[in-house]
Every structure is written in structure tokens, then in C-alpha cells.
Design a protein around this ligand. Structure first.
Ligand code: C5P
Length: 249
């Protein structure tokens, strides 16, 4: 292969990997068997998997540990929201599971967030575990109208950053405003409610395409049904990765 085309090929591969790292697939399925078979189908075409309320309620932490042990990056999406002590203790358990990322509700307040960060860090340090990213949930993407919740999301993101969280979950519609107001350039914005061009919105009220979401400032996008309901899930994931890559050029 000529040097030039080799460089082009490796650039494409790098771009693919960079874009793939931004895709989080929501394993919104009822059984471990479903989750395992989807994870197998998507091997090599996804950055991380999200285990949320449905799958966790059905299968519990064993499945999370199994996935973590097999080298998968797991975003534990349980949206903790309770008194500070309870959320801190739950956060410690999330650390012990070895997840890459987990979330808590920013509306739970500064003390709740700060205690979760403090106790999670202490547990990670004492046990030699990689500290997960802790992110705050701002405004759910199934509610509200585009643009209407910017101010509230920015306010919540600011409180989350002040409390020591690594980032937030927010609609792509708020991503730019949150990015502009974040103190740290490394503040992580995770965006659900993403729909490839031409796809159905399902119950998401505020949707954006993968390319637009990344351009708006999202670091990671969470995609569930557009991939899960596809006949060829790996192809659907790759098409989304290409849309993400378009925003990275
Ligand atoms: O199927 P769909 O792509 O809409 O899935 C989006 C995923 O992101 C779901 O697992 C949902 O729980 C999650 N999520 C969300 N809005 C948030 C936080 C998480 O839709 N604010």
C-alpha cells in the first residue's frame, strides 16, 4: 500500500475508534441472556454499555460484574436520588463493582453529590480501584420543550461541577450552554435522546442526530432503541459511529 493511502487508512481507523469511544449503547432489555447476546453482536462497534433500571432490577450486580470482568466499560445508569448518606453508600457499591461511570440526580442537592464523590473516592483509593466518572442527571430528555430548560440545566450542571462531579447527563439542546458555562474543559457531557437522521423519536421529546449532538458539545451519546430494534444492530451502531465521526472532522 502506498504511504499516502496507508496514512489515510490509519486516520480512518483512528477516527473510527475515537468516534466509537463516544457511543454508549443502552442495554434496555429484560434478561442477562438478551444483554449478553446484544453485547456479543456489538463487540467492536461500541465504546461502552449502559445498564439501567430495567436490566439492573432484573439481573442485579452479578451481570454488571460479569461485564466489567470481561473488559467492558459499563455506565451504571441508576440515577441515585435519596438522602446524602444513602446515595453515598450506594455510590461506594458502584465503585466496588468496577463500573466506568455512574450517575446521581443533580436535583438531590450539593451535599448529596459531594458526599457521594467523597465516599466513592475514599473507597476507590482504599481498594486500589479506578475511580469511576460520577455524573449528574439534569433534566430528563423525555420532558420539556427544546431550549426551554437551558437555564435550569446550566444551573444544575454548575452545582454538579461545584460538588465535584465529573459531568452531567443532559439533552443535546443544553449541551452547548453547559459546555460554555463549565469551569473545567474536561467536564463530561453525556447525551441521550439521540436519533439518527430519519429515525422515530419514541418517547424522547428533545432529540438530535448523533452528529449534531457531538457538534453541540456532547462527549458521549447514549443510544438505545435505534440500535436495539434494528435488524442488524452492528450495522446500525457503525452507521451512528460514522455520523459521530463526521462531527470530529
Ligand atoms: O431508546 P433510547 O435511545 O431513547 O434510550 C435512551 C436511554 O437513555 C434510556 O436508557 C434512558 O433511560 C436513558 N436516559 C434518558 N434521558 C436521561 C437519562 C437517561 O433517556 N436524561
Amino acid at each position: 500500500m502506498a504511504a499516502e493511502s496507508m496514512a489515510a487508512a490509519s486516520l480512518t481507523e483512528n477516527m473510527f475508534d475515537a468516534a466509537m469511544g463516544k457511543l454508549i449503547v443502552a442495554l434496555d432489555v429484560p434478561t442477562a441472556a438478551d444483554a449478553r447476546s446484544i453485547a456479543k453482536e456489538l463487540d467492536g462497534s461500541v465504546g461502552a454499555f449502559k445498564i439501567g433500571l430495567q436490566l439492573f432490577t432484573a439481573e442485579g450486580p452479578d451481570l454488571v460484574r460479569e461485564f466489567v470482568d470481561s473488559g467492558k466499560k459499563i455506565f451504571l445508569d441508576l440515577k441515585f436520588h435519596d438522602i446524602p448518606n444513602t446515595v453515598a453508600m450506594a455510590s461506594v457499591e458502584a465503585v466496588k463493582m468496577g463500573v466506568w461511570m455512574f450517575n446521581i440526580h443533580a436535583s438531590g442537592g450539593s451535599e448529596m453529590m459531594a458526599r457521594a464523590v467523597r465516599d466513592a473516592k475514599e473507597c476507590a483509593e482504599n481498594n486500589g480501584i479506578q475511580m469511576p466518572l460520577i455524573i449528574g442527571v439534569t433534566v430528563l430528555t423525555s420532558s420539556g420543550t427544546p431550549g426551554a430548560s437551558d437555564e435550569r440545566a446550566v444551573e444544575m450542571a454548575r452545582a454538579a461541577e461545584q460538588a465535584g462531579l465529573n459531568g452531567v447527563v443532559a439533552s443535546a439542546y443544553e449541551a452547548a450552554a453547559i459546555r460554555a458555562n463549565a469551569k473545567s474543559p474536561g467536564f463530561v457531557i453525556v447525551t441521550p435522546g439521540v436519533r439518527p437522521a430519519g429515525a422515530t423519536n419514541d418517547d424522547q421529546a428533545r432529540v438530535m442526530t448523533p452528529e449534531a449532538a457531538i457538534r453541540a458539545g456532547a462527549d458521549h451519546i447514549v443510544v438505545g432503541r435505534p440500535i436495539l430494534n434494528s435488524k442488524n444492530r452492528a450495522a446500525a451502531a457503525r452507521a451512528i459511529i460514522e455520523e459521530i465521526a463526521a462531527a470530529l472532522k
